[in-house]
Design a binder for this molecule. Structure first.
Ligand code: IPD
Ligand code: CA
Ligand code: CA
Length: 263
């Protein structure tokens, strides 16, 4: 079995299990604080994904949210997995959460899969082969007038009230765009830009497992992603995120609201 087929099978199985999951009160824990949660299902799902990957590809490296990295990034393929992106939504809403699996080789994208679990929508892309939501081809938005853009952010408070370096002008941007929306899952928000439902996505802190699958889907749909200052988004460190439907929209935002022009 190829890596992509394996990943799709594992993500779909993980999603089926999560749809049936029911949370006991004692199965939720705080990590760094009361806004940073983990459940037994985050852990179970990550273990399931890791085991399935390593059974077939024991030499691959895995970077995931809930357990230490296995293997090294110099290895042939590196998998970035977020077993549940949107854990708070999983707990409070039982919707608007995703299983996210991205695979890269020597710094280059191979494929990304993001499953919107409750909607059973699988966003997927292989490098060079376009991006899809189930069987529907995705195309990012071509809108370029600031006042027409819909901006998504996974964390309204941090994005606009505690701006990260390069993001000081985001409040002005928020006032100028058509509207601001928040799902609460970086992966689903980036997929919304890939599908043209959103025109921009801004996050002031995002980790490799949050965005390394969805960024492949976004780029295959014609979108672009950078750090908030316009520089490259690192593959292996947390960073700020500015995603747009087109290079022109990204450059416009950078020119008017900070950073430097994207090259
Ligand atoms: C979080 C979600 C959230 C974002 C956080 C992420 P988690 O992931 O994507 O929307 O604001 O920065 O850490 O903890 O639910 O996997
Ligand atoms: Ca996450
Ligand atoms: Ca997570």
């Amino acid at each position: 079995m190829e890596r992509f087929e394996l990943a799709e099978a594992l993500v779909r199985q993980a999603g089926a299990a999560l749809r049936q999951a029911r949370l006991e009160a004692d199965s939720v824990r705080c990590k760094s604080g009361h806004q940073d949660l983990v459940t037994v299902w985050d852990r179970k799902t990550e273990q399931f994904l890791r085991k399935g990957i390593l059974e077939h590809f024991p030499a691959d490296a895995i970077v995931g949210e809930e357990y230490p990295t296995e293997g090294t990034a110099s290895q042939e393929a590196v998998w970035y997995i977020d077993p549940i992106d949107g854990t708070t939504n999983f707990i409070n809403q039982h919707r608007n959460y995703a299983v996210s699996v991205g695979c890269w080789r020597q710094g280059k994208p191979l494929f990304g899969l993001v499953l919107d679990v409750e909607e059973d929508r699988l966003y997927h892309a292989r490098a060079g082969q376009g991006a899809w939501c189930n069987e529907r081809r995705l195309a990012a938005s071509r809108r370029r007038n600031i006042e027409e853009l819909l901006l998504f952010t996974p964390d309204v408070l941090r994005t606009f009230l505690q701006p990260a370096p390069g993001g000081e002008d985001l409040l002005r941007l928020a006032r100028d765009v058509r509207a601001v929306r928040s799902i609460g899952s970086v992966a689903l928000e980036l997929c919304a830009v890939a599908g043209g439902e959103a025109d921009l996505c801004v996050a002031t802190r995002s980790c490799p497992w949050d965005h390394n699958a969805a960024r492949i889907i976004l780029q295959e749909a014609g979108g672009v992603i950078a750090a908030l200052d316009g520089g490259p988004l690192p593959l292996n460190e947390p960073g700020t995120v500015l995603a747009a439907g087109s290079p022109e929209a990204l450059d416009l935002v950078l020119k008017r609201y900070g950073g430097h022009e994207n090259e």
